[in-house]
Design a protein around this ligand. Structure first.
Ligand SMILES: [Zn+2]
Length: 283
C-alpha cells in the first residue's frame, strides 16, 4: 500500500518509545479521520507538501474537508489513494457560525454531491439550540440520499436529530463530542446502539491521555465499544499542520498502551469500516 517507513531517526525513536509500532520497527498504520485544507493552509503548503507530511508521520490516508470545497477535490485528484475527500459546506472558516442561515446552501451542495466523488459532507458546526434548524435537516437528507457520511461538530442533540431524520445515516461525531466526558459519550452510544455512529478523538489527546497515559475511564469506554472510535489530527490551522508529526506521535503514544487489536481498530480499522462504502466503490 503505502510507505510505513520511519523517515527520520527522531520518528523512529518516537515509534519505539510510543508502543504503537510493528514488530519490524515501522510505525503502525494510521488513518487521520478528520483534517482540513483551507485557502490559508494552501498558501503555505502545496498538495505535495501535505502528502510529504503524511509520509513523514506514517499516515496512510487522511480525511480532508476543504474550505472552499475545491481544495479537497484538488487534493483528492493529486493523491487519490491517500485522500478521502469530504464535501465542505464552508467557503472559509467564517461560515462556521452562519451556514445554518444560508437557505441556498443545500441546493449548492446537492449539485456537487451528485458528482459522486465525495465520501461525506462536513464538518458541520452546530449546537443544541440550533438542532432543529431546517438547513441542517436538508443537509442530513442530502447526505443520506447520496450515501454520504456526515461529520458533525456539535452537541449530542445534533447527533440525535440526524438519526431522527435518517436512522441509517453514517455519522462521524467529532472530538468525543462538545462535552468530552466518558459518561456522555457512553450515553449517546447506548441511545444509538446498532446505528452507524463513529466518534473521533481529535484534539482531545491531552485531555484523555495526560502525558501520553490514557485515563482508565476512557480506556474502559474504548474497550466497551471497540468498533466505534477513530483517531484523528484535525489539522485545522497551518500551525497544526506544522505540528502534524508531533500530534500523530502523541496519538500513537496513548493508543500504544491498549491491547494490539484495539490499537489497530482505533488507528485505522474502524476508519476503514466507516468509509467502507466509499473505499469499495470510489471513483
Ligand atoms: Zn475539524
Amino acid at each position: 500500500m503505502t510507505r510505513w517507513t520511519c523517515w527520520t531517526l527522531t520518528t523512529l525513536l518516537w515509534c519505539l518509545l510510543s508502543g504503537s509500532v510493528l514488530a519490524d520497527g515501522r510505525p503502525a498504520p494510521l488513518i487521520d479521520a478528520h483534517s482540513h485544507y483551507t485557502a490559508s493552509h494552501a498558501r503555505e503548503m502545496t498538495a505535495s507538501d501535505l502528502i510529504a507530511r503524511l509520509d513523514a508521520a506514517g499516515v496512510s490516508r487522511v480525511v480532508i474537508t476543504g474550505a472552499p470545497w475545491q481544495l479537497a477535490r484538488d487534493l483528492h485528484t493529486h493523491a487519490p489513494d491517500r485522500v478521502i475527500p469530504l464535501l465542505g459546506a464552508y467557503a472559509s472558516d467564517a461560515d462556521k457560525a452562519t451556514w445554518m442561515h444560508d437557505r441556498e446552501l443545500p441546493a449548492r451542495l446537492a449539485t456537487l454531491a451528485a458528482e459522486g466523488r465525495w465520501a461525506g459532507i462536513g464538518e458541520l458546526h452546530l449546537f443544541a439550540r440550533d438542532a432543529g434548524n431546517e438547513v441542517y435537516a436538508e443537509l442530513v437528507r442530502l447526505a443520506h440520499r447520496h450515501h454520504l457520511m456526515l461529520l458533525i461538530h456539535g452537541d449530542e442533540a445534533v447527533v440525535d436529530r440526524a438519526f431522527e431524520i435518517a436512522p441509517d445515516l453514517r455519522v462521524l461525531w467529532a472530538h468525543l463530542g462538545t462535552e468530552p466526558k466518558p459518561e456522555i459519550v457512553a450515553r449517546v452510544l447506548q441511545r444509538h446502539a446498532g446505528r452507524a455512529l463513529w466518534i473521533d478523538t481529535s484534539v482531545r489527546d491531552d485531555r484523555i491521555a495526560p502525558r501520553g497515559q490514557l485515563l482508565p475511564e476512557w480506556r474502559q469506554l474504548f474497550e466497551a465499544h471497540p468498533d466505534r472510535f477513530v483517531v484523528a489530527v484535525d489539522a485545522f490551522s497551518t500551525r497544526r499542520w506544522q505540528r502534524y508529526g508531533e500530534v500523530t506521535r502523541q496519538i500513537r503514544q496513548w493508543v500504544g498502551g491498549l491491547p494490539p487489536e484495539l490499537q489497530e481498530r482505533l488507528l485505522w480499522r474502524n476508519a476503514e469500516d466507516l468509509f467502507e462504502p466509499w473505499l469499495k466503490g470510489r471513483p
